[in-house]
Design a protein around this ligand. Structure first.
Ligand code: NI
Length: 197
């Protein structure tokens, strides 16, 4: 998922170091984004550590709020997400940085809410997507330790968005009103992308 920031972020890219770890993010239309990914079987391995390093570096470089392994062409059930809260968007609280492997997502209740989403695989676009308001998710960290959380709001939205990537789903495939899909700078000409308007 991409951050709710508009355009200025790419200007800071040159300040980041070690471009060797930055991987190309596949864009919508690439068939690899449509695959159902495989569970991770070996934890705490050099391969998994290298994958997570690349994912962290790529997400940070692109100022993303989350990234799924299929977005860099790796068909494993691995997602990362998290960001500090932003004073510009106080209604979106911080989400702790999380490595989530082989996730299981269980909706809590039947409430849905619409919210704007972006995705590093659809640069420059936003869409309004219905998601479960609250959910429980469980999975494994990098060392293979199982954990579980109950979350709601934007945290729950990010988890649903990232885990969808593991099943070959991009957010437009969840939308019910394509009239609420467009270019970020056209939808939000003042540069402020309100997540809960
Ligand atoms: Ni995405």
């Amino acid at each position: 998922m991409s951050r709710w920031r508009a355009s200025a972020t790419s200007l800071s890219i040159s300040a980041k170091s070690d471009p060797a770890m930055i991987r190309d993010v596949l864009r919508m239309g690439d068939a690899r984004l449509l695959r159902v990914s495989r569970p991770v079987e070996a934890f705490d391995s050099p391969e998994l550590r290298a994958l997570l390093t690349d994912m962290r570096d790529t997400m940070a470089h692109l100022d993303g709020a989350g990234l799924a392994a299929p977005q860099i062409g790796v068909d494993l059930r691995v997602v990362i997400f998290g960001f500090e809260s932003s004073p510009r968007y106080p209604e979106v609280g911080a989400v702790p940085f999380t490595v989530l492997i082989n996730p299981e997502v269980t909706p809590l209740g039947n409430d849905e809410e619409d919210g704007w989403e972006g995705c590093l695989s659809l640069p420059g676009l936003r869409g309004r997507v219905p998601r479960h308001r609250a959910l429980r998710y469980a999975g494994f960290d990098e060392q293979g330790r199982r954990f579980e959380r109950e979350v709601d709001g934007f945290h729950a939205r990010v988890v649903q968005h990232e885990c969808d990537h593991l099943d070959g789903l991009l957010y437009p495939m969840r939308m019910r009103d394509l009239g609420k899909f467009g270019f970020t700078d056209v939808l939000f000409p003042d540069g402020a992308v309100a997540p809960d308007d």
